[in-house]
Each structure stands twice: as C-alpha cells, then as structure tokens.
Design a protein around this ligand. Structure first.
Ligand code: SAM
Ligand code: SF4
Length: 381
C-alpha cells in the first residue's frame, strides 16, 4: 500500500471566526509576539517525529504524497520546509511522481517565496480563497483582499507550479446566490487546475457560532445552500473541472492524489500536534497542543496520545462513507441485500445512477449528491 505523510503547521497570524482547526496565534501561545518566535525549533521536532515514523512503519515503499496543512504552512521559511522533505526523502525515498502539496493563505506569499517553495520540491499549492465577495470575507473574518488571490495564483503558475488549487466556502450568512455566482466566476477566471468547495460548517466554540447563537447573523436555509452546490457543479463542469469527490473538482490530471489516498483508506502518517495517522487499519493521533507536543519530543517520549484498532464493522462504515462520495461509488456486492432493497426508492427517485446499478455499482447522481449522508445511513442501517 502506498505511504503518504501529512505535516501539520499549527500557526496562523489571526484566527478566522469560523475556523476550529488545531491552530494557534502567537498571542494564544503566549510565548512571544511573532510566528518566528513561537515556531522556533518546530521543524526539528517534526524531523524527530519522522524518525519515529521510520522505526514504526515497516513499508519499503517510497512516499507517494505529502501534504503540508494547517494552520498556515506558508508562514514557515521554505528552507525549513525543505529540511523536513530532505529528511523524509533520505529515510523513506520519494516515488518518482511524488505529489507534494502546501496549503497557502493568499496574504502570506510573494513571487520570490513561491519560487523558493517550488525549489524545495513542493509541486502543488492550494490557496484559501473562500470567496470573492468582500462582505462575505468580512463575515468569515478573513484578512485577505480578494485581489491577492489573483496575484498569488498567477505568480504560482509563473514560477512553475503546474497544479494550483483554490478552496471556496459557500453558504456563509449574508451570501446571496449572486455573490456565490460571482465567486464561482472569479475562481474560474484564475489560472487553476483544481477547486474544493465546502459548505460552511458552524463549528461549536467559534466566534461565528457565538454570533449565530446571539442571533446577530442567520444561517441560510438548506435549500439555498443546495442551490449553490448545483450552480457550482454546473459552472465548474462547463469550464472543464470534473467532480471527482463530492466537494472537489479538477481539470483532467489535476486531482489531488493525497486526498484520494485518504478516501481510499490508504496508509498515512501525520506529523505534528493533533495530527492523525492510519497505518494498516490502526489509527493513532498525537497530543493536540504544540507545547505538549514539544515537551513529549524533547523528553524523547512519543507524541502519540492514543490509538484504536478499527473493528471490521467500523472499517466497513468508513469505507462506505468515503467511497460513496466518489463518482465510481461502491459495488452492490459489498452491501447487504436489505440495504439494496432500501436503496430501490433512491434508484427510482433518480438519486442513484440506473446505468451504474445495472453494472453492479451504487453511485450518486447529481440529485443524489445532495443527500449523500442519508443514502449512507440507508446502506449502513
Ligand atoms: C487549514 S485551512 C487552509 C489553509 C489556510 N489556513 C487558509 O485558510 O487559507 C483549510 C480549509 O478548510 C476550510 N474550512 C475551515 N473551516 C471551515 C468551516 N468551518 N467550514 C467549511 N470549511 C472550512 C477552508 O476552506 C480552508 O481553506
Ligand atoms: S487562516 Fe486557515 S487555518 Fe488559520 S484560522 Fe483561518 S481558516 Fe483556520
């Protein structure tokens, strides 16, 4: 089975109001006033953890994908990210066609920095665009100016990134269909090869959740959010971006192989605080806080906090949940006959592809994609 690495960079300059990712501002870490100060020594900890991975993982296969996620990985010095890559390459080897992605906040890159990132071997970049509408960005509490996304993606292509992606969010309170339409057009005007579009999730404990609770902002209804999905799919498809997972569209050859590895239940090791790993059916995860992570490693203790072995039924639920989101869906022979009976109404209702059903597969049509969770529940009942 191929091996992937996720590398977590848990720092952001400012926390966006909707985000509950495991990331920290310098102020939250109370260890200094800037990112350079709080992240000092962090790369060495990642390298140290990668040595633990080397001793634990028995595969002799080279690494096929790496993903720097966050947080804001582009706050780190490219040379430092390059040090982690060099160490992984020396210990595991890289597949010839390795895909190495970095998530980037559009405000944190310059053309020179993009050049340096490319020089480290990173060959795919994903920008957090979210929206082209200033008032939506304001509700999301984002700091970037929409103009910076145009600059950043153009520079990325100019310096030689062949794979450039943007992340979009739809369904933000106050976002009209016209705003979303404008965001879609703005994204499609960029020199990109991949788009992820996720409906906004109001995560407990965020500033956004508090605003919703106080009634200061109102979450749009589900029908409008579904209409936005349909509009995005129509326009992306027309522009040559094909859906290859419920929330992801790509030009031919632009699919993110790292994400495909997750969805197919492949092996991956997550480096960094709070990072999760999955190796041969075993899941384990690291202590969440960067300080706890540092303390573990400097005392030569493993940062792994806990682990679980998935039971066969848990593995099966996970497989169904992930694979139904892909265009090829799942095979009919892998589900119970009772589940097949329950799915018949979705087949006649047009939410499952009749053509694929004949070929022995359960796959979602466009209207089925809007109720993927319900269909998963029917399968697993
Ligand atoms: C770790 S962030 C990406 C990198 C960078 N920090 C940025 O925001 O530009 C990963 C992506 O998760 C998505 N995301 C985060 N919180 C979300 C939420 N509550 N609902 C929907 N999408 C969310 C955003 O689209 C974001 O671009
Ligand atoms: S920049 Fe990205 S990771 Fe950081 S708080 Fe905002 S959405 Fe979350």
């Amino acid at each position: 089975m191929p091996l992937s690495f996720y590398i977590h960079i848990p720092y952001c300059v400012k926390r966006c109001g909707y985000c509950d990712f495991n990331t920290y501002t310098p102020g939250e870490l109370k260890a200094g006033s800037d990112i350079a100060q709080v992240s000092n020594g962090y790369i060495d900890l990642l390298i140290q953890e990668s040595k633990i991975a080397r001793s634990e993982v028995s595969t002799s296969k080279p690494i096929s994908t790496i993903f720097f996620g966050g947080g804001t990985p582009t706050l780190m010095e490219p040379a430092d990210l390059g040090r982690v890559l060099k160490s992984l390459e020396a210990d595991f080897g890289f597949a010839q066609d390795i895909e190495i992605t970095i998530e980037a906040n559009p405000d944190t890159v310059t053309k020179a920095k993009l050049n340096q990132l490319l020089d480290t071997g990173i060959n795919r970049i994903s920008f957090g665009m979210q929206s082209a509408s200033s008032h939506v960005l304001k509700t999301l509490d984002r700091t970037h100016n929409p103009e910076n996304v145009i600059k950043a993606t153009t520079w990325a292509r100019e310096v030689g990134f062949n794979q450039v992606s943007v992340d979009l969010i739809y369904g933000t309170p106050g976002e009209s269909i016209a705003d979303w339409d404008q965001t879609i057009d703005a994204a499609l005007a960029l020199p990109i090869t991949h788009i992820s579009a996720y409906a906004l999730i109001v995560e407990n404990g965020t500033k956004l959740a508090a605003e919703v609770k106080r009634g200061e902002i109102i979450i749009p209804d589900e029908d409008q959010t579904a209409d936005k999905y349909l509009l995005a799919d129509e326009k992306f498809t027309k522009a040559g971006f094909n859906w290859y997972e419920l929330s992801n569209w790509a030009k031919a050859g632009g699919e993110c192989r790292h994400n495909i590895a997750y969805w197919q239940g492949s092996n991956w090791w997550g480096l960094g605080p709070g990072a999760h790993s999955h190796i041969d059916g075993k899941r384990f995860w690291n202590v969440k806080h960067p300080t706890a992570y540092r303390e573990r490693l400097i005392s030569s203790t493993s940062p792994i906090m806990d682990s679980e072995l998935l039971s066969d039924s848990e593995k099966e639920s996970e497989r169904v949940m992930l694979e139904i989101r892909l265009p090829e869906g799942i095979s009919k022979s892998s589900v119970t006959s009772a589940a097949l009976l329950r799915l018949e109404s979705y087949l006649t209702g047009g939410q499952l592809s009749a053509q694929d059903w004949e070929l022995g597969r359960i796959s979602l049509t466009l209207s089925g994609r809007l109720m993927a969770d319900r269909i998963v529940r029917e399968i697993l009942l």
